[in-house]
Design a protein around this ligand. Structure first.
Ligand SMILES: [Zn+2]
Length: 478
């Protein structure tokens, strides 16, 4: 236990994570197995992430729409790989209105089926394409080993579903949205990610290619941060979405889908947190600056609070999310610890002597360094100060990720290295799925990604010795 009362993240990362989520009031378990109650501090992080994504979706030409939660089972079953892949995770409604339903209704695990079934009516000609749509929704996937934010039975996400006239267009869209995810992960959540392509065994059910961005958490385990799928004509065929091309030929539409979920709140906790709790990137910190007034007598209280409130107004006018913590029932030391736990990037301390001297003390959540700043300069300098903190968190995460990314020199070095320190491991792979499964069984690691364009390693598979056909990056993952 540290002074924060949290388990040490170095000794017991899973216990640290559970306690941070609970004590920082981010989320808790709901009454049904695997469900999650997202509390205001956690939901506000999600809302800021949502806004960053949504702005970028609109800027790349997408519109939002909404489809129903319940999907007739017959519809879900039309794309064979899709239904087979989701079968173990689908929850089904069999009763309604007090009676058995004639056709059971699946609670959406993802919405390709219902959306492509509708696209059939919306697409007739190449002039109707592309369809560039996104929906913000909840989905349900039955989880046997739930974990708040990372794996819950119901979660919030967005799912983009696009239809195109050509394969090239659909592929370009899938990669464009992968890059939007990379931008949000890196520029907003300050989590460095590797973009890549999944091995066939790790593909989304029904996809021709699945692209991914992969991040590394502070326990050196990987986390899939977002995926974008090139669906080929699989859903166009299964749901009979056809169009007449410019030459009058009947063609099946090409598709993509892409999703980014509340698991990224979990990623933000695990990529940046420390022994004192959360360290939130300013871009998604619900409170970017907290002002903690310090006083003893009523006279001191009145003068300190008046100055503190002026400072709060200045910061708010500068566009900063600021809270003045004027609760009388808690002492300053208690407040410091609480806001550290909740990850507020900058704390402003203001006491009677500071007010008299026309200054405040600024404390960064990153290094804990203290700096005296003239009151008149606090608000004007804050935007830059927050940008510096955002950049420093990202640089810190990159340094950690790079220090934990390795080239595989031999299978044994890889297996031992994983046991000792986790991390990403990159080496030659033969492309054989049985070999992939054997490596996973022996190391508990999975292929996190292959390069977006296959890259011949020029050496033999690190496990079976057959010729290497691609370069795979492995890790133990959430
Ligand atoms: Zn092999």
């Amino acid at each position: 236990m540290s002074t924060s009362g949290l388990p040490s993240p170095d000794d017991d990362f899973p216990a640290w994570y559970v306690e941070v989520v609970r004590r920082a009031e981010l989320a808790e378990h709901g009454p049904s197995r695997g469900s999650m109650i997202i509390r205001p501090h956690g939901y506000a992080i999600w809302e800021l992430t949502q806004r960053a994504l949504d702005d970028r979706f609109k800027a790349t030409g997408h519109e939002n729409l909404y489809f129903p939660l319940l999907i007739p089972m017959g519809l879900l079953s039309k794309e064979a790989d899709h239904v087979e892949g989701f079968e173990p995770q689908v929850a089904v409604v069999t009763r309604g209105g007090g009676e058995e339903l004639e056709e059971p209704l699946a609670i959406r695990p993802s919405s390709e089926s219902i959306i492509w079934n509708t696209y059939r009516r919306w697409v007739q000609s190449y002039r109707d394409l592309p369809l560039l749509y996104n929906q913000w929704a909840n989905v349900m996937r039955w989880e046997l080993r739930p974990r708040l934010f990372l794996r819950t039975t119901e979660f919030l996400w967005q799912e983009g579903h696009t239809a195109h006239a050509t394969s090239d267009e659909a592929m370009a869209e899938a990669l464009r949205m992968l890059d939007v995810y990379r931008q949000v992960a890196e520029d907003v959540l300050a989590i460095p990610v590797f973009p890549g392509r999944k091995s066939p065994g790790e593909r989304f059910p029904g996809a021709v290619e699945t692209f991914t961005i992969e991040g590394l958490m502070r326990d050196a385990k990987a986390l899939q941060c977002g995926t974008s799928h090139f669906l080929g004509q699989n859903f166009g065929r299964a749901y009979d979405v056809t169009f007449l091309d410019a030459d009058g030929h009947q063609e099946h539409a090409w598709g993509t889908s892409w999703g980014f979920s509340t698991r990224m709140v979990g990623a933000t906790i695990m990529a940046h947190g420390d022994a004192a709790g959360l360290r939130l990137p300013p871009a998604v910190a619900p409170i970017q600056v907290v002002i903690v007034p310090i006083y003893r007598s009523d006279d001191e209280r009145a003068s300190v609070l008046a100055t503190a409130d002026g400072l709060r107004a200045d910061l708010a006018t500068a566009g900063i999310r600021v809270r003045l913590d004027d609760r009388d029932q808690h002492r300053p030391g208690y407040k410091f610890a609480e806001w550290e736990l909740k990850g507020v990037p900058v704390r402003v301390e203001l006491g009677p002597r500071d007010v008299a001297a026309g200054r405040a003390v600024l404390v960064s959540r990153l290094g804990g360094d203290r700096e005296e700043v003239a009151l008149a300069d606090v608000a004007t300098g804050m935007v830059g100060r927050l940008a510096d903190i955002q950049a420093a968190l990202f640089a810190d995460a990159i340094a950690f990720r790079n220090a934990n990314s390795h080239q595989i020199t031999s299978f044994d070095a890889f297996a031992t290295g994983l046991d000792e320190g986790g991390g990403f491991w990159t080496g030659a792979w033969c492309g054989n799925e049985e070999c992939e499964a054997e490596i996973s069984a022996r190391t508990k690691a999975t292929i996190r990604f292959l390069p977006i364009e296959p890259r011949e390693p020029g050496s033999a598979c690190m496990h079976c010795g057959r010729p290497g056909v691609d370069t795979a990056t492995w890790a133990r993952a959430y």
